[in-house]
Design a protein around this ligand. Structure first.
Ligand code: OGA
Ligand code: MN
Length: 289
């Protein structure tokens, strides 16, 4: 059901799942404070917002994103270099190859469930992804609600998790590729990455959310590896249940803005012969607590 917002004319239509909403009546290249205030409130309520039918150049994408907060430099691909050196704050997510060189990162394989760059001590709060070329009916992006996943756990489990921290692996990206500068062989103890609370308090809403990052090589600090694996497998099986998910079926011109503090996302694999090209920003965050 859509609710009309009196002042700015924007319309918020919740997806009907536990997260996600469409925002209509907005041209993201023409933003003002009142309008952005409405968007921010809707975002905190719905965790992931979709704006259809947008036409943005990189400046407009960066200008809109800067309303959310200061921009991070884009994560680099396998080479460790930005895809657009003149626009280091815009990442290119694409499987397209030109003259033997990928124009962006993540290819066409599955990007496994993750939250962005939580292997850093200060992970980004938000990411904004703009679909420029999207394959029809393929390459969908799933999101899931980590407040809802946390709240659905039994009280004794919630209490236990609040005492635990977890290491988030910095060595591989969500498609499993080794990042520039890392090798294959680490133990949980010397694995490069950041240690964060397993349950994080959202600094704006005050709500608690599971903060899982990604499954591969994750390690619950201070417990035997087998126990850590058992607990993480159990938490992951719970967290990504369909009842906590919403799926974004991309159309050209979609802008999707998500909150990395309380959601996970994954991208389905798609036929590499299809073309998919998105531009993306991410917004600096604060240390999870
Ligand atoms: C990202 C990401 C998924 C997608 O940009 O952080 O995970 O659908 N992208 O391309
Ligand atoms: Mn991501």
């Amino acid at each position: 059901m859509a609710t009309a917002q009196a002042d700015t004319g924007i319309r918020v239509t919740p997806s009907g799942d536990t997260l996600g909403a469409d925002i209509s009546g907005v041209d993201l290249s023409r933003m003002d404070d009142a309008l952005f205030g409405e968007i921010r409130r809707a975002w905190l309520d719905h965790l992931v917002l979709r704006f259809r039918g947008q036409t943005l150049d990189d400046d407009a994408l960066a200008d809109f994103s800067r309303r959310i907060g200061d921009l991070d430099m884009a994560p680099t691909g396998r080479t460790g270099r930005p895809f657009q050196p003149e626009r280091p704050e815009i990442a290119v997510i694409s499987n397209i190859v030109v003259d033997g060189k990928p124009v962006g990162s993540l290819g066409a394989g599955e990007a496994e469930w993750h939250t962005d760059m939580s292997y850093n001590d200060v992970p980004p709060d938000a990411s904004v992804l703009y679909g420029i070329e999207v394959p029809e009916g393929a390459g969908h992006t799933w999101f899931c609600n980590m407040y809802a996943a946390f709240e659905a756990l039994p009280a004794d489990m919630r209490a236990r998790l609040e005492t635990l921290t977890c290491k988030h692996d910095a060595t591989r990206n969500s498609t499993g590729e080794l990042r520039a500068g890392f090798d294959e062989h680490y133990t949980p103890e010397n694995l490069p990455g950041a240690v964060h609370p397993l349950v994080r308090t959202h600094p704006e809403t005050g709500r608690k959310a599971l903060f899982l990052g990604r499954r591969r090589n994750a390690y619950v600090m201070g417990v035997p590896v087998a126990e850590s694996d058992r607990l993480l497998d159990e938490l992951w099986a719970h967290a990504i249940k369909p009842e906590f998910c919403w799926v974004q079926h991309w159309r050209v011109g979609d802008v999707v803005m998500w909150d990395n503090r309380c959601t996970l996302h994954r991208r389905e694999p798609f036929d590499p012969a299809l073309r998919r090209r998105m531009h993306r920003t991410q917004i600096k965050g604060s240390r999870p607590y």
